[in-house]
Ligand binder design. Structure first.
Ligand code: AP5
Length: 292
């Protein structure tokens, strides 16, 4: 069987096959193998022109198409400071792309709510805005990633990894995303988002008193606030974030897409959607060029 080389304009990892109507099934028995990593990516969404990470042309990736097993579903990591909008964007991404949303913070809060031993220990760290120890988090996330739904539909990992050791654990398990999205938001905006955030315990939906107010009085009356959503605690969480973000980024720099998260949520989503769509379209082009 032959092989073909070409240069796409966004990095693709081995075997990308999102389960979405936007991403038609791949040609059977094909996969993409990346030899290098990243290229410039400029995308348009409505009136806005988005420019993502640019590397020298010498770093342009060279994808080799080769015969192999069935392609796998899309795997995405979304990262960013506390209240940068990860959960909000995950709602929009899962609606469109059907990925399984796995949020480390939500898994931990479920343990806290269940008053399990892990939950009791985790709460001590969460209240201080510190990272919960790897012994609790790493296995919890790994097990969720390996569940059949995540494997079949693809996954969207939110808030993990948050340290070099967590990233190393994923690499050791052979778990690597296709894209690493970093939401970039200025600090004053983060604090405002945290103090105004409210959650609907019935639907799990995220609201903001100013930016995403509840639709009616009934919903408004049942909204709750997270125990770590105070200005004082978000500053501690931010410090932890700054201590670790560069180490995590260095693991994924070849597949990172930085998104301006300061804008309204629809505009932020437009950037992410454009990036994910581009990945899918590029893959379609690549499959087509092989078939030709
Ligand atoms: P976690 O629950 O992950 O919290 P976080 O990282 O601090 O992030 P948040 O959930 O606060 O914010 P978000 O980015 O999802 O923003 P959201 O969309 O809600 O972690 C909590 C704790 O658990 C950590 O401190 C740590 O102790 C522990 N933990 C978690 N993961 C761990 C790990 N891997 N290892 C160890 N420990 C771990 O948006 C925020 C608000 O802004 C909302 O009200 C929303 O409506 C509003 N908003 C969002 N986007 C916009 C927009 N574009 N414009 C206007 N408003 C917006």
């Amino acid at each position: 069987m032959g092989s073909t080389s070409f240069s796409p304009s966004i990095s693709l990892s081995p075997s990308l096959s999102p389960h979405s109507s936007k991403f038609p099934n791949p040609s059977p028995n094909l996969f993409l193998r990346s030899h290098s990593s990243f290229t410039p990516l400029t995308l348009r969404s409505n009136q806005t022109r988005y420019r993502f990470k640019k590397l020298p042309s010498s770093n342009a990736p060279n994808f080799l198409v080769a015969a192999s097993a069935k392609a796998e579903p899309l795997k995405v990591i979304i990262s960013g400071a506390p209240a940068s909008g990860k959960g909000t964007q995950c709602e929009l991404i899962t609606q469109k792309y059907g990925l399984v949303h796995i949020a480390a913070g939500d898994l931990l809060r479920a343990e806290v709510a269940a008053a399990s031993e892990n939950g009791k220990l985790a709460k001590e760290y969460m209240e201080k805005g510190e990272l919960v120890p790897d012994e609790i988090v790493v296995m919890m996330v790994k097990e969720r990633l390996l569940q059949p739904d995540s494997q079949q539909r693809g996954w969207l990992l939110d808030g993990y990894p948050r340290s070099s050791s967590q990233a190393a654990a994923l690499e050791d398990y052979g778990i690597r995303p296709d894209v690493f999205i970093l939401l970039d938001v200025s600090e004053d905006i983060l604090v405002e988002r945290v103090v105004g955030r409210r959650l609907d315990p019935l639907t799990g939906k995220i609201y903001h008193l100013k930016y995403s107010p509840p639709e009616n009085d009934e919903i408004a009356s049942r909204l709750t606030q997270r125990f770590d959503d105070t200005e004082e605690k978000v500053k501690l969480r931010l410090r932890t974030h700054h201590q670790n973000v560069d180490a995590v980024l260095s693991v994924y720099k070849d597949i990172s897409v930085k998104v301006n998260g300061n804008e309204a949520k629809e505009h932020v989503f437009a950037q992410i959607d454009a990036a994910l769509t581009h990945v899918g379209e590029q893959r379609k082009v690549n499959s087509g060029s092989v078939a030709a």
